[in-house]
Design a protein around this ligand. Structure first.
Ligand code: C2O
Ligand code: CU
Ligand code: CU
Length: 570
């Protein structure tokens, strides 16, 4: 049966654009040690010339990584490409050295091995390259994958969770192909829709409740998800976790970088065919993917109106319903997970970020866009955040197009969108928020667990063209000693490093009561551990003669708290 189906697909495929292809379901990887090979490849998207691609453990896209909250994981990222890149774990709460931002680049031939404890709630996350100026190119070529985190709270709920059977990864992307079948970027003519890298996909699903893990992995496009039957579905999760309760809806707006888990009830629908669609004709204007992004402002992207997808409704995934599956019938649990959200009055500070266009007037919609009047600069730290600060970020969009804003490090809760309470679907944990054109968003979060006085985290627009053009900034979560309010543990004054700059030796003097030995780690700015020592005494001499000239990070920890400083080796 399966063989016959495949044969039919192949025959149709060679002849016409109208054929349907079985949805590709990425393999899964799990466990404590995961190997990822970044590689060049080719893929036969269309008859004729194969498309040059980049993929992870394959020629296009990447395996789905399945992690359990609380587990330890080491990811060995082996760069077999001829190009430098980085891999970022989008949405995971990890240290800056493990985060895979633009500073943590992996050169060809090198293996980068971040290792961390999974602290995140059960949800759908993803991973993708993040090299400054190269993110669009590397993601468009095919490097992106899904991460599924599981935990005991989610496991106790009666939800579909058989991967690829009733719990389906749905990575939504569009591409522009040249006449020689090659991927083209930057022309806003992305008319080929693909799910998990499959053009015109269909999937056979059991007649029961189905969970779709929607991930907008597109470069720029926003989708307005709905069912061709116009029936409603339930959203159960947003970027960083399950919602407090399912939200019933018939349209779901999903911007680049955002994820949503939805339950589609196919019970009793055996032999029916239902399309998962984007009702882009119903998207409000000033959104990339709507009819006219700058309508009302008299502004339009060059070539925008030639793009057949903009402002029209189109299929994403054909769902063919088969026999009932083995999920017990019954409703989606009416409560999912408890959230405790900070009150605005708990915030230590409000930080304002203003989005602007570099150009004014009719071309303002083309960007490049800036945040607080600056383009991204690898050498400039834009924000210093005291460790454990609770902050409100106020995003003010002064441009004629909406931008999906993404924050690394910690998920946040949205307080308001254009001054009003967010809709139910936006009240869960988020790491991307769509900021409407000329609108504003406020969110609240705490910068907890990790600090580093040298290595920053990123915030940026997740329209990857905007990000590469510099709509990004970076922030340090400073060590507790940099903050007068939230100090704890070792005091800044309690550890001295000298001389600095140093030649071959550094002396460390601690005035702290060393009831516990102090452990010292020397790292480079990519976070690679070069040397460790245990200090039992108030004074120690560290030989650094073997280190190459450069900047190094010295991190002293007494188990409960730590102190870090940059040391310059001459
Ligand atoms: Cu998904 Cu900084 O990115
Ligand atoms: Cu991210
Ligand atoms: Cu943007």
């Amino acid at each position: 049966m399966k063989k016959a189906l495949l044969l039919t697909t192949l025959l149709l495929y060679s002849g016409a654009l109208f054929s349907q292809n079985p949805l590709f379901i990425p393999d899964t990887l799990s466990g404590n040690s995961i190997s990822l090979q970044l590689q060049h490849g080719t893929k036969q998207f269309y008859p004729g010339t194969p498309t040059q691609t980049m993929g992870i453990n394959g020629s296009f896209l990447a395996p789905t990584i399945i992690l359990n909250r609380g587990q330890q994981v080491t990811l060995n990222v082996q760069n077999q490409l001829t190009d430098t890149t980085t891999i970022h774990w989008h949405g995971l709460h990890v240290s800056p050295a493990n985060d895979g931002g633009p500073h943590i680049f992996v050169i060809p031939g090198q293996t980068w091995s971040p290792s961390f404890t999974v602290l995140d709630w059960a949800s759908t996350y993803w991973y993708h390259p993040h090299l400054h100026y190269k993110t669009v190119e590397h993601v468009a070529a095919g490097m992106a994958g899904m991460i599924i985190v599981r935990d005991s709270i989610e496991a106790a709920l009666a939800l579909p969770r058989q991967y690829g059977i009733d719990d389906i990864p749905v990575i939504i992307q569009t591409r522009q192909f040249s006449t020689s079948n090659q991927i083209v970027v930057g022309q806003h003519l992305d008319t080929a829709v693909m799910i998990n890298g499959t053009l015109k996909p269909f999937i056979q699903l059991p007649a029961q409740r189905i969970r779709l893990r929607l991930l907008n992995g597109s470069i720029e496009r926003v989708y307005n998800i709905g069912l061709s039957t116009n029936e409603s579905f339930q959203q159960i999760g947003s970027d960083g976790g399950l919602l407090a309760a399912p939200v019933t809806m018939s349209r779901l707006q999903l911007a680049p970088g955002e994820r949503a888990e939805i339950i589609v009830n196919l019970t009793g629908k055996q032999n029916q065919t239902i399309q998962l669609m984007s009702y882009a004709a119903q998207l409000p204007n000033a959104i990339y993917g709507a009819a006219q992004p700058g309508m009302g402002f008299g502004q339009q992207l060059p070539g925008y109106s030639n793009n057949a997808l903009n402002g029209s409704n189109f299929n994403l995934l054909e769902m063919r319903v088969g026999a009932p599956g083995d999920l017990p019938a019954g409703p989606t649990p009416s409560t999912l997970v408890a959230h405790s959200i900070f009150a605005p009055s708990q915030a230590d500070t409000t930080r304002i970020l203003t989005f602007m266009s570099a150009a004014m007037g009719p071309t303002a919609i083309q960007g490049p866009f800036m945040i607080n009047n600056a383009h991204f600069d690898m050498n400039v730290i834009n924000q210093h955040i005291p460790f454990n600060n609770i902050e409100i970020w106020e995003l003010q969009n002064q441009t004629p197009i909406g931008h999906p804003f993404h924050l690394h490090d910690v998920p946040f809760y949205i307080l308001s969108v254009n001054g009003a309470q967010p809709i139910a679907s936006l009240r869960g944990r988020k790491d991307v928020v769509f900021v409407p054109a000329m609108g504003n968003v406020r969110f609240i979060t705490q910068f907890e667990t990790f600090f580093d006085d040298s290595l920053p985290y990123m915030y940026h627009c997740h329209m990857l063209t905007h990000e590469d053009d510099g709509m990004m900034g970076q922030f340090l979560v400073n060590s507790p000693f940099a903050s007068s309010v939230k100090q704890y543990g070792l005091q800044k004054a309690s550890v001295h490093l000298y001389p600095n700059p140093a030649n071959s030796e550094v002396y460390i003097k601690s005035t702290a009561n060393l009831n516990k030995p102090l452990s010292l780690e020397i790292k480079d700015l990519q976070g690679r551990l070069l040397k460790t020592m245990v200090l039992y005494d108030e004074r120690a001499r560290v030989d650094i003669s073997e280190l190459l000239p450069g900047i190094y990070l010295f991190v002293a920890t007494d188990g409960a708290s730590s102190f870090s400083a940059r040391v310059i080796k001459q």
